[in-house]
Design a binder for this molecule. Structure first.
Ligand code: CP
Length: 338
């Protein structure tokens, strides 16, 4: 079943050359206009979820069906054995199966594996290595697609780029402001990481606003600075939502956890209670340059963003979710068509 082409994985958008991202965006937009034929008839993608999903799972299944292919859907908590991923481990713990074996076996049945891993939530220095998804990529004999790991959400990043391209046209020089929001179920900053770096590759001015203590990963910032220098954009941070929104073309709302309290829910709850007012409302959005609202969802209404902004004419949130379907079709065609 695996093809003779060199094996490509999509763990982060850094795995794609700029020309490949351009091509995928063009194909995504074409597929949105003309949904296309059953180009993946006879192909099967295995979808492995180690934590929940609404958009990613349903858009992936719909994408494969619309392209004439199939999916095998496996949920970790109910459908397969607990897995070990460490190299050379004596497997005397809870997990009766190793990723090495699971990946080899599943590679006999499917043409690609799409995986959403679950961070341990213990130590950021460990989780940020993305060892689980990298272990699958190391041992699979078919392409591995990251449906969100600890550090990256490349499929969301691609759909977000597509949405900005549709809405803003040329991206170079435009301002994209990520604004932290306060949620008791803080998301991982994966969507922010992926889109931030991708936007910088297109020469955008990227701002990130968060309360003190919610700074993004240091290495993500270091790479952002390098991308800004290389592609003529900027990457800056501030601690006031209004400063980030002033003059912005896109305001991207997202909650994320504090890396300082990672693995300590008590300290995290205490810091969150002191974070102050980060609700995105009409008054704040009016500071932008007719700013569009983006959010990867799920979104907590009237806690992260008020109803009138979420449901307003400048909200792109549903379009972002729709574009997951079209951009994932492009990724699947790119990876699976022989
Ligand atoms: N944006 C996103 O990945 O949504 P789900 O977690 O519902 O898949």
């Amino acid at each position: 079943m695996p093809s003779s082409r060199p094996l490509r994985h999509l763990i982060s958008l850094h795995d794609l050359a700029q020309s490949e991202i351009d091509d995928l965006l063009d194909l995504s937009l074409r597929l949105k206009q003309r949904p296309g034929k059953a180009t993946l008839a006879g192909k099967t993608v295995g979808l492995l979820f180690f934590r929940g999903s609404l958009r990613t799972r349903s858009s992936f299944e719909a994408a494969m069906k619309q392209l004439g292919g199939n999916t095998i859907n496996l949920t970790a908590s109910s459908d397969f054995w607990e897995l070990e991923s460490g190299a050379g481990t004596v497997m005397d713990g809870r997990a009766p199966e190793h990723v090495k074996d699971a990946a080899a076996v599943l590679s006999c049945y499917v043409d690609a594996l799409a995986i959403r891993t679950k961070p341990s939530g213990g130590a950021w220095a460990v989780d940020r290595r993305d060892a689980d998804i990298r272990s699958w990529a190391e041992h699979a004999r078919v392409p591995v697609i990251n449906m969100e790991s600890s550090l990256w959400h490349p499929l969301q990043g691609l759909a977000d780029l597509m949405t900005m391209r549709e809405s803003l046209g040329e991206l170079r020089g435009k301002t994209l402001s990520f604004v932290w929001t306060n949620s008791p179920t803080a998301a991982s900053p994966t969507a922010v990481h992926s889109l931030m770096h991708a936007a910088l590759r297109y020469g955008m001015q990227v701002r990130v606003a968060n309360p003190a203590g919610y700074e993004l990963d240091e290495d993500v910032w270091r790479r952002a600075g390098a991308l800004a220098s290389e592609h003529g954009g900027t990457a800056t941070s501030c601690t006031e939502a209004n400063d980030a929104i002033r003059g912005a073309h896109v305001v991207y709302a997202r909650s994320w956890h504090s890396l300082e309290d990672y693995g300590n829910p008590t300290l995290a709850a205490s810091r969150r209670a002191r974070a102050g007012d980060w609700l995105l409302d009409e008054r704040r959005m009016a500071l932008g340059d007719e700013a569009k609202l983006m959010h990867a969802m799920p979104v907590r209404r009237n806690l992260e963003v008020v109803d009138s902004v979420l449901d307003g004419p400048r909200s792109l949130v549903v379009r972002q979710a729709e574009n997951r379907l079209h951009s994932q079709k492009a990724v699947l065609q790119w990876l699976l068509r022989s």
